[in-house]
Design a protein around this ligand. Sequence first.
Ligand code: ARG
Length: 586
Amino acid sequence: MAPIVPLSEAVRQCVAEAIGYAVPEITEADPQLRRSDRADFQVNGILGLAKALRKNPRELAGKVAEHIPLGDLIAGYEVSGPGFINLTVTPSAILDRASGRLADDRLGVPPAAAPGTTVIDYSQPNIAKEMHVGHLRSTIIGDALVRILEFGGETVHRQNHIGDWGTQFGMLIQYLAEHPEADAPDTGGTDDGPSMSRLNRLYRAARAEFDGDPAFADRARTRVVALQAGDRATVDAWRRIVDESKVYFNAVYDRLGVRLQNADAVGESFYNDMLADVCADLEESGVAVRSDGALCVFFDDIKGADGQPVPLIVRKSDGGYGYATTDLAAIRHRRNALGADRILYVVDSRQALHFRMVFETARRAGWIDDGLQVLHLPFGTVLGKDGKPFKTRSGETVRLMDLLDEAVDRAAAVVSEKNPGLSPDELAPRAAQVGIGAVKYADLSTSRSRDYLFDVDRMVSLNGDTGAYLQYAHARIRSVLRRAPQDVTPQAHGTLALEPSERALGLALDAFGDAVGAAAAGFEPHRLAAYLFDLASAFTAFYEHCPVLKAGDRRVLENRLLLCGLTGETLRLGMELLGLEAPERL
Ligand code: ARG
């Protein structure tokens, strides 16, 4: 089905043509169309145009308005203020579009104009460590971006850059070798599977011995060398630890409804074999130079507190490689092997300097050029109710599973208050949908770079800018549609006048594609979240003012069912693009 031209675009074209007739010397004028409280749309561009042409703006607005054709699209106009034109569109323009959208899987939203290949690096937990709220943000935002970009037709490669390599493995493996009892399977039986609590304990015990016993620390370092050299038993032990952690990560992804799979977990270790070559290239091309035995890249504009340049170290003086070297190898791989023309990194804003240095280095080396866009999409910190970075009372990172449990528990209370008779079996899945949706929406509705407060009670509220509010609006619509008489079909009757709240809802529905486009263009899921909240609010207002099932007139009923139906579908698809579930009942 052909994409549907949104009203804003159709009206814009119409006004642009009118400007062309009124002022033939202007070839391309931007009418600067805005939605308005006074009318459906307001033309703001006449003022600037008049200024450029040294004309009286109000007169010019009048002249342009005379050339605006009244008919199928535009029902009326009014010149207002110093030179605005207020425009009202016809009910049929609103309703016919609504019915066209409802008949289409994509709700009339066209794919992106020029889709390409995007690699998106997100989630990125660290092996043998608990995932924390920072990983939660990256996972949720990354997943929403994947969905939004794929909807636009983009080829997307998910890359979960897990921290599965580094010196800490020497310590873990050595500890296991010396304390075989620590390898015993855990019978603790927490809900995230026994593996993670066991790995956590292992990590702490190994760390304590590493910090407290220099001889153990030496043996751990020897173990790192063995791991890097590919020693069979050491590599086997490493793989067991990695696999066990992945089981836990997958449990989190499953619970979150995130589309990350084992195949997407391309961690730091994957690049290990490429690091020597990356360094050789950088040294040969002169991008990196030796400094105190290390191989470094220097930048004019990056200096430490002491005024000395801070280099990016790509090879340490002991010959070891670091986090940055891996990221450089990853850029080459993603470009050459995955065919990326864009790489996105959904990573904490505290790593901004790291990415600046890595990208600049890759640019100098010629691995990033005009054919490859690389972007760090930084996100802010999750704060506790005290306004400080979210931690447990004892100052530890909050276990993600505990946090999700809490959200689901609170959601269960909200859902059972609404539906006192639910059996535990009926309650559990709904509570999960609402609780997880609440956590995800709270994150996605905040602009990416801002910090936000983790407040579970607010998140699961049915009122306000919450995921539960969207789900509730959707469920109400589904209930209306279930109760509608079998013999009526939602359909457009454009000859009937529209109530203001019907008109407002119809116009909001027509702007869905713009919101999806804005979210995709700026990699900003919160634009879509804000749109869905506005849409749900427009629906709430409509539902208060306009009886649907008791409309009386059959044609009014059909119009309103059309608006309800499309609102339900728009909320459902919009939530799906954010990764939220839209339950049939709440
Ligand atoms: N694992 C890292 C951390 O937990 C984040 C990795 C980000 N991605 C990357 N390509 N450097 O901080």
